[in-house]
Ligand binder design. Structure first.
Ligand SMILES: [Zn+2]
Length: 175
């Protein structure tokens, strides 16, 4: 189980820009927007974000739905002062970020299990899935509260000791 996975982590998912890609409107808290990912060219993955007005124009003229991934999202409210102890779900998110940065199979499996859990809780949104250069599937999740993007290698859950992973995770989350 200690086989290193080679470098899923080199896929860099761009985060939202500060301005609309077309009209350069500033994205402010509470504002809805659309994001489009373009893949496959030499620059890797590129991203454009549009305010709703510009999106309508863009979607009508320049957008080929069949070849591009897009989603609608919302700029989250301004962050409040940091709260004291981490809520269980926040802990799970921190753990996910730590696990996904490690290249051991167990860590990657934990990361995927956590991502699925957090997506079910609607704290992450699954935005896209791509194949990396080695043919591995990478799922792109957006953190609902911060719009941060996290790439998580997709794991075949039937091929891993899921009970063991879940009980390890439960221990880590309860400490
Ligand atoms: Zn715009």
């Amino acid at each position: 189980m200690n086989m290193p996975l080679n470098n899923a982590l080199q896929i860099i998912i761009p985060t939202r820009g500060d301005l609309c890609a077309k009209g350069e409107e500033l994205f402010i808290p509470g504002m809805e927007y659309y994001s489009v990912l373009c893949k496959g060219d030499e620059k890797g993955i590129t991203r454009q974000d549009f305010c709703l007005n510009c999106w309508e124009l863009f979607a009508r003229h320049d957008f080929t739905k069949s070849s591009q991934t897009y989603w609608k999202s919302k700029v989250p409210p301004k962050k409040k002062a940091p709260a004291a102890p981490l809520h269980r779900n926040e802990k799970a998110l921190e753990l996910l970020k730590a696990s996904v940065a490690c290249d051991q199979m167990e860590d990657q499996a934990e990361a995927f299990v956590l991502a699925v859990y957090l997506a079910r809780k609607k704290l992450l949104y699954l935005r896209d899935e791509v194949l990396d250069e080695s043919g591995k599937r990478i799922q792109f999740y957006e953190v609902a509260a911060t719009e941060e993007m996290i790439g998580v290698p997709k794991i075949d859950l039937s091929a891993i000791p899921i009970d063991k992973i879940q009980s390890n995770l439960a221990k880590k989350l309860n400490t």
